[in-house]
Design a protein around this ligand. Structure first.
Ligand code: G4P
Length: 533
């Protein structure tokens, strides 16, 4: 029986949570948007410190140093802070396509997503891929068209492109007033209130000045150019006739994406966007889970005691703490520090020790957490990605699918004396899900497999810097793979393919080409070659 006071507390806290990821193509402005959310939340007093790549910063780990060197975002983490009355949990997703599996898993922990689009570039490749993942999981997406202070494409073109390329209805909530150097503010379509902005002497480092007035008021006419006025009134009229309505239900069901315009660099339009985001984005959502008898249940955040699942594991996040962190997404009930919970896969009780979360870049101990929150706990090897933990046993959150690996290699320590450290490192990194180990059917020999080549670079880099193990990598010529189901004895792999097994003992076939995979599939109608496992 759940204590009604406690349940009320959990319900109220869950309703305050907004757990989301920002998805975008590299350079569209994800880091800047995150930083401005911190600025408007009062977490930082001046912007320009969080993700700047031009200014050297203390890296949280050598691995992150590599990330900075390459100018791409590899690591994912979650940050928590308060924006006005809302508790924000922002999940960071890596922008690089070689890390799509990591991104996929991270997005399972999100209740919504913000899609940042560069106004000059429109919908780019990586945005499209990440958006597809949101579509697959029915995650509601808000669109922010960024960099309006630079010369960009006409706003109507951009919204049309969102609809054509992403196959979702776009419904502008606000519209830009002026563009490029003349970008003066945004007008709310429902109220026709304009927010006009002024730059501070510190540029975008501080909140920009803002005045709100009706679009037709003389004050607004005085400030904006005739051209900007003509454009905005023309576009608004067009949208009234031909624009898509946006109901909350359609947005929550991933049928419509509300669209906003802003310049994250100068802060113009950012507060309007953040205010609308916390208003529109869903709170901690219920999640489906499987019961041992094969039935499915929907776990309501406030009606069940504490439950969570592991969506990410990361070793050596901080060189001073040589341990792994398992990131839990709290799905129901109230988490308390050092609580002992049931670990469903192991069938054992485990203590969730040293719980922490990231606030900006600092680690903070967690005493309590609520649905939607992300909690990092110490993992001494007992956790795997997808594990469910809860106070009351009886269900498992849906397993997280694995992506098909597309690059394969053998890897050896150059110094055989480092074998033990090498084995430990590989075991830890496999648990993180950064790569898979595939085992030969006959010999105690293994192959490493990943979705993209960059993951091998990261692996070797981390082996060198975190474990002091130099390695030799021998790339293998396979280009794709599939999980095989059916009788192994009657399966004839092509001469240049290889059958191995994964960590869960499932047979996997490695092919030299997708053509070879398709050919094999056609020759073996009684077997299935599965794309995602
Ligand atoms: P990302 O995380 O999506 O990769 O993008 P990030 O925020 O790092 O932004 C990429 C570049 O675009 C940065 O410039 C950033 O300052 C700039 N930028 C972001 N939003 C806006 C905007 O609204 N207007 C303009 N004009 N620029 C914007 P950089 O020169 O690469 O790096 P930095 O040293 O300024 O950080």
């Amino acid at each position: 029986m759940v204590d009604p006071h406690r349940q009320r507390d959990v319900r109220a806290q869950a309703a305050r949570r907004r757990t989301f990821a920002i998805i975008s193509h590299p350079d569209a402005g994800k880091t800047t948007v995150t930083e401005k959310l911190l600025l408007y939340s009062g977490m930082i007093r001046t912007a320009g410190m969080v993700g700047s790549r031009k200014h050297a910063k203390t890296a949280a780990s050598d691995w992150m140093a590599m990330e900075q060197e390459r100018g791409i975002s590899i690591t994912t983490s979650a940050m928590q802070f308060q924006y006005k009355h809302t508790v924000i949990n922002v999940l960071d997703t890596p922008g690089h396509e070689d890390f799509c599996e990591d991104t996929y898993r991270t997005l399972t922990a999100a209740d919504s997503a913000i899609m940042v689009i560069d106004a000059a570039k429109g919908v780019e490749a990586q945005t499209r891929k990440l958006f597809e993942v949101c579509s697959l999981r029915n995650i509601p997406v808000l669109t922010l068209i960024n960099k309006m202070d630079l010369p960009g494409r006409p706003p109507l073109d951009l919204t049309a492109e969102v609809e054509d390329v992403l196959r979702i209805q776009a419904s502008p909530v606000n519209w830009p007033v002026g563009a490029g150097r003349d970008f003066a503010g945004v007008v709310d379509r429902a109220t026709r209130q304009v927010s006009l902005f002024t730059k501070t002497a510190a540029g975008g480092a501080l909140k920009s000045g803002r005045t709100d007035a009706p679009l037709d008021s003389p004050d607004v006419r005085k400030v904006i150019s005739d051209e900007a006025w003509r454009d905005v009134t023309h576009d608004l009229e067009l949208l009234t006739v031909a624009g898509n309505p946006c109901t909350r239900e359609a947005f929550l069901n991933h049928k419509v994406t509300p669209v906003f315009f802003a310049s994250a660099l100068t802060n113009f339009g950012m507060e309007n966007f953040f205010d609308a985001f916390v208003e529109m984005a869903p709170a901690a959502m219920p999640r489906t889970a499987d019961c041992p008898d094969g039935t499915e249940i929907v776990v309501d955040p406030s009606e069940r005691p504490f439950s969570a699942y592991v969506f990410k594991i990361q070793a050596n996040m901080n060189p001073r703490h040589r341990d792994s962190t398992a990131f839990l997404r709290v799905c129901s009930g109230r988490f308390e520090r050092d609580m002992v919970v049931k670990h469903h896969r192991l069938g054992a009780d485990v203590r969730l020790s040293r719980p922490h979360r990231l606030i900006a870049k600092d680690r903070d101990t967690v005493d309590v957490a609520y649905p939607g929150d992300i909690v990092g706990v110490i993992d001494t090897g007992q956790f795997a990605i997808g594990d469910t933990v809860s106070l009351n046993d009886g269900f498992n959150y849906k397993p997280l699918p694995q992506f098909q690996p597309e690059v394969f290699a053998r890897i050896h320590p150059t110094d055989v004396g480092k074998r033990k450290a090498f084995d430990k490192a590989l075991a830890q990194m496999t648990a993180e899900g950064a790569m898979q180990r595939l085992w030969s059917l006959e010999a105690p020999d293994f192959i490493i497999a990943a979705v993209g080549r960059l993951q091998f670079d990261v692996l070797q880099f981390r082996l060198r810097h975190e474990y002091r193990v130099e390695t030799r990598l021998e790339p293998l010529p396979y280009e794709c793979s599939a999980w095989l189901t059916g009788d192994l004895n009657t399966f004839r792999a092509p001469g240049d393919a290889l059958v191995v097994k994964d960590q869960r003992d499932r047979p996997v076939v490695l092919f030299r080409s997708s053509w070879s995979k398709q050919f094999t599939r056609e020759r073996h109608p009684d077997h299935a070659l599965l794309e995602m496992g």
